[in-house]
Design a binder for this molecule. Sequence first.
Ligand code: TYD
Ligand code: MG
Length: 455
Amino acid sequence: MAKPVTSFTCTACGAAHRKWAGRCEACGAWNTIVEEAPLSQGPAGRGLGAMRGQQVPLSGLAASEPPPPRARSGVEEFDRVLGGGIVPGSAVLVGGDPGIGKSTLLLQATAALARAGQHTIYLSGEEASAQVRMRAQRLGLADAPVRLGAETSLRNILTTLDAEKPDLAVIDSIQTLWSDTVEAAPGSVGQVRAAAHELVTFAKRSGTAIVLVGHVTKEGQIAGPRVVEHMVDTVLYFEGERGHQFRILRAVKNRFGPADEIGVFEMTGGGLAEVRNPSALFLSERGQPSPGSAVFAGIEGTRPVLTEIQALVAPSTLASPRRTVVGLDSGRVSTILAVLEARCAIPFAGLDVFLNVAGGMRVSEPAADLAIAAALLSAREDVALPPEAAVFGEISLSGALRPVAQAENRLKEAQKLGFSRAILPEAQKVEGMEGMRLDRVLDLTGFVGETFGAG
Ligand code: TYD
Ligand code: MG
């Protein structure tokens, strides 16, 4: 018989390790690795060869029944991120920092689904029913026929769901649940995984859609949502910057729709309000044309979104100058700085560089390269870019510009918002864009020469 193996798991990213370490090699977090109890030596421990299982019924690939209709909440920004509504029997994880608005969002969505005739249950392990009721009242949702419960015992929750057979159940949050079959504290990796596993299995078996709320955790003792990401069908993260009222719901994994789709909300006194035109919102704080600002025509999921990329470049007093990047991939920014230095002979050594995306948005498309370079150059040369121009294009290590996907969608969105000009790669094929001036750029050196008259 094999010796029971103890394993170590990172509570932040879920990576498994053979031994304990102070820092997780997978995600770089400190003090997040905890010991997990060995798997129980049940029948499986005796070796599978000894037992005969049941034969699994196999079937062909051709679908025999039409896909079940999705339940639409009517909260468009929420439905779209799910791929057009919630799929019966699916398991959805909604992760996010504590206090970002997960409970508010899900209470609003659940109430909307309940009003649309769905049998919905909202189970809170964090707040008493009276607290949730008070919030519902404040949000004007008190009349919605949502069934409310406060419970943390997984066994009781499963018994309740089995009896009620709802269309949708929200579990707020997965970290508060405990199963009496697992010998570990609530919130530990073992408990969180066991609870998620049971609930996901229940969803598949019963057809109830399950939404699990998971707090992103900073300390090691509580497991974060990432440890259950692989178990669910859909993973959504609710993001936002402190001090900004904008909230972005982002699909990072979706078996039933496109990943990278975003929904945009604004946190108001009366709950989350949908933002139907995020481009207008993200550009709303743009004032007079100023150096260091570039408008990027991006795509988020199926939707074009315009954002403003802001750069500040200033002489540094530090031996290794600052590179502060918010909302963009800092590795990507370093690459662009290196290309500017090596291919265009524009050094950033001795200069502090600050870059961010206005409005608290996060941009990860390589298509943003040219807009990042434009913002950096504009800040460094102290020359404003043409205010009527939107920018997109990917930069290769040689300094050449590569075409990107969905150029027409980007351009149409820019035109809709009043931009009459676009700076884009030479090789980009564009069809049917009348009334828009297209400034085509072959490579970064050419762009520098044309836009800033320098080389
Ligand atoms: P909450 O949904 O409780 O966050 P989470 O479940 O992710 O921890 O949201 C908490 C914050 O939202 C809190 O700081 C107050 C704010 N808020 C509003 O601004 N307006 C509202 O109508 C509600 C309900 C909350
Ligand atoms: Mg909450």
